[in-house]
Design a protein around this ligand. Structure first.
Ligand code: HDE
Length: 714
């Protein structure tokens, strides 16, 4: 990939970046020292009694070096262990003072620095990026009033309604305890056992089986705050709110076969994609969206807004886009920043408050608690990446790893020794928990308003396009098909799926070898529950924008004799629209075109694979195409791209590669003259003719061409 030099490393506007500067170590031109600053002139041989003698305890440099190495690891996050981070900023479009007093949402001139960490949930720190899983989307806003953390996911609902079930759920989805298998996968007995016994998981499981769980890129997925929060304005008036992130590149996914192959070919696929995009100056952007709901409407929509297993359809309450997040700087150091960043749902600023959602309430405890262990004590808020840009003054003291040096003799409140400092904030500026009348028995019970577990699972399925539905059913067949115990497979079909969709349950029953379900007499939903819409098109990825090819990666497959002018033309056109074209050849040595040009491939058929690209292009040139036909790995490029429904552009002679790849019977016939782009296979009768590049660009913007998917076996 050709990297453009950018100023991304030091955006001058970032207050947080400036605040981090004193902590950055710049070794350029410096001498090697110990941690105590003592210069070291030899670090390759330990101190020994004679050149062949034993190492001496006196060697403080050796002991320090080894001690530091021995203690490099800290516990990984118990969930969301695998992740990637980036710095950036957020700016609100216009003041939201009508709804909130939070400065970062009321001052359009303010660029609030942020740090974002994307993650998978189930796998450990070294697991692959493209597994089927929920993605975390956690944002720390370093606001002038302290840190606000929006710790969300790329799926708008959750598996459980009450946080007390979180340890049970996580135990069930993680590798099984006896043999620690499988890694980063939900396709195993314990997860589906849990699902079959806990029907509140139904809605989220449908999302987990959908294309949302295999995103193309962190840059191309939505984010959701999941819970209902509150915004409170300066007069104390509150609104309920649901937070959304909308990626400006649209929402796009991989296909499952591709995702699995990528797990081996490039386990860092999403991490690399994010890093490379930022280095190249293609800064990921997301708009912040709000669904604002009057407090009294908490039960208006046929479900309880305190229930995190429900979505509020955008068709009922539209998402207002209020500001933009831009990620413009990669971290300098993975551990210091991405690993040590500590998000906490309880970090809110004046103007944002919680609700009684029992899942949210549990999270308010869990994040601080887990970070005490993970980051080794209570002072982790002083780590550079976590430190607010707002001033911090209080009477908290001591603990492992204290960094700041309190200078006052008074470490209590009230005090006169310290002149009463720090003073209490003015009540209009200080955080006040919104007063809410709470009446009730002390009771361990789920509210009746949380009873309906299936109607939104059905709504989700019905809102998907046909290809998305097919992917979801195939995912269920795959995952449940991997469950060893027949009684669990049967319970999932007969207790869960049949309540969501009879046809889905019947198909999955057959695929996983359990008796077909009987149709339900009356749907198992509580009287209270009703969906106010039959479908919600916004839930389908396919209904999102499909109009840009910005940052898409195209592989151009060449061998000696390729049509050089044509490649240059197509590349120029695609790059003008924001895509990147990488030449892939037999070796990294220069390849000669039929018309006297030379290309140096960036990758070879051995070091690259079609799953690493969004689209494949093979220029014409009889000699080049004949050579490609004889390289099985090059033919694989075409075959796999075709099967994964990716845009293919095959010019002139290159069209014949579909025959060699054994997929031409699934493709439309090649054009006798001119160009044709049916089913995302763009072909020209001769080498590139007019309209070829544009058709290819349109096919790339459409992302995938599902018409190519083979019909399911009869
Ligand atoms: Fe988390 N979650 N979670 N979670 N979560 C953690 O905190 C927890 C939930 C989410 O990049 C942990 O520091 C409980 C929902 C993200 O560092 C832990 C419950 C949502 C991240 C924890 C939930 C999330 C975490 C593990 C149910 C979407 C990664 C390490 C009551 C709205 C943040 C850590 C990062 C991380 C607890 C449910 C999102 C154990 C108890 C719902 C994105 O504290």
């Amino acid at each position: 990939m050709r990297l453009r030099k950018t100023s991304a490393k030091n955006p001058p506007t970032s207050l947080k970046s400036q605040a981090l500067e004193p902590y950055r170590m710049h070794p350029e031109g410096q001498t090697l020292t110990t941690d105590q600053g003592i210069p070291i002139s030899e670090t390759d041989n330990s101190l020994k009694a004679g050149v062949r003698g034993p190492t001496l305890l006196e060697d403080f440099h050796f002991r320090e070096k080894m001690m530091r190495f021995d203690h490099e690891r800290i516990p990984e996050r118990v969930v969301h262990a695998r992740g990637s981070g980036a710095h950036g900023y957020f700016q609100v479009y216009k003041s939201l003072e009508k709804y909130t007093q939070a400065r970062f949402l009321t001052d359009p001139s303010l660029r609030t620095p942020v740090f974002v960490r994307f993650s998978t949930v189930g796998g450990s720190r070294g697991s692959a990026d493209t597994v089927r899983d929920v993605r975390g989307f956690a944002t720390k806003f370093y606001t002038p009033e302290g840190n606000f953390d929006l710790v969300g996911n790329n799926i708008p609902v959750f598996f459980i309604q009450d946080g007390i079930k979180f340890p049970d759920f996580v135990h069930s989805v993680k590798p099984e305890p006896h043999n620690e298998i499988p890694q980063a996968s939900s396709a195993h007995d314990s997860l589906w056992d849990f699902v079959s016994l806990v029907p509140e998981t139904a809605h989220m499981v449908m999302w987990l089986m959908s294309d949302r769980a295999i995103p193309r890129s962190y840059r191309m997925m939505e984010g959701f705050g999941v819970h209902t929060f509150r915004l409170v304005n300066a007069e104390g008036k509150a609104h309920l709110v649901k937070f959304h992130w909308k990626p400006l590149l649209g929402t796009h996914s991989l296909v499952w076969d591709e995702a699995q192959k990528l797990s081996g070919i490039d386990p860092d696929f999403h991490r690399r994609d994010l890093w490379d995009a930022i280095e190249a100056g293609n800064f990921p952007e997301y708009e912040l969206g709000l669904q604002l709901i009057p407090e009294e409407d908490v039960l208006k929509y046929g479900f309880d807004l305190l229930d995190a297993t429900k979505v509020l359809p955008e068709e009922l309450v539209p998402v207002q886009r209020v500001g933009k997040l831009t990620l413009d700087r990669n971290p300098d150091n993975f551990f210091a920043e991405t690993e040590q960043v500590a998000f906490c749902v309880a970090n809110v600023v004046p103007g944002i408050d919680f609700t009684n959602d029992p899942l949210l309430q549990a999270r308010l405890f869990s994040y601080l608690d887990t970070q005490l262990t993970r980051l080794g004590g209570p002072n982790f808020a002083e780590l550079p990446i976590n430190k607010p840009v707002a001033p911090v003054h209080n009477h908290q003291q001591d603990g492992f790893g204290r960094q700041t040096i309190p200078t006052s003799r008074a470490n209590y409140h009230p005090n006169s020794l310290g002149g009463g400092c720090p003073f209490l904030a003015n009540p209009r500026q200080g955080f006040t928990h919104r007063q809410e009348r709470v009446d009730g028995h002390k009771i361990r019970q789920r509210s009746e308003s949380f009873n309906d577990h299936f109607s939104q699972a059905t709504l989700f399925y019905k809102s998907l396009t046909k290809p998305e539905q097919e992917h979801l059913v195939a995912a269920l067949e795959f995952e449940i098909g991997k469950v060893e115990r027949a009684e669990i497979r049967e319970r999932v079909v007969h207790q869960v799926l049949v309540n969501i969709d009879f046809d889905v349950a019947t198909r999955v029953a057959r695929a996983v070898g359990v008796p077909p379900p009987k149709p339900l007499k009356a749907p198992k939903v509580s009287k209270r529950s009703r969906n106010m819409v039959d479908t919600s098109p916004a839930l389908s990825i396919e209904h999102g924008p499909r109009d840009s090819i910005k940052t898409r990666k195209v592989a151009a497959l060449v061998a000696d004799g390729f049509a050089g002018k044509e490649l240059a033309h197509v590349r120029k056109r695609l790059e003008a629209l924001g895509a990147t074209v990488e030449v892939v050849g037999p070796t990294l040595s220069p390849v000669k075109s039929g018309d006297g040009q030379e290309e140096v491939p960036l990758k070879t058929f051995l070091t690259a694979s079609s799953v690493m690209y969004d689209a494949i292009y093979v220029p014409g040139g009889a000699k080049s195409v004949e050579a490609l036909k004889r390289v099985p790995l090059a033919v694989d490029f075409v075959r796999e791209a075709f099967i994964h429904c990716k845009p293919l552009a095959l010019s002139g002679e290159a069209s014949a590669l579909l025959d060699t790849a054994g997929v031409s019977q699934l493709a439309p016939p090649p054009p006798a003259k001119g160009v044709d782009g049916a089913m995302g296979v763009v072909r020209s009768a001769k080498t590139e003719t007019k309209g070829f590049s544009q058709l290819f660009a349109d096919a790339i913007a459409a992302h995938r061409h599902w018409a190519r998917e083979a019909p399911p076996p009869a």
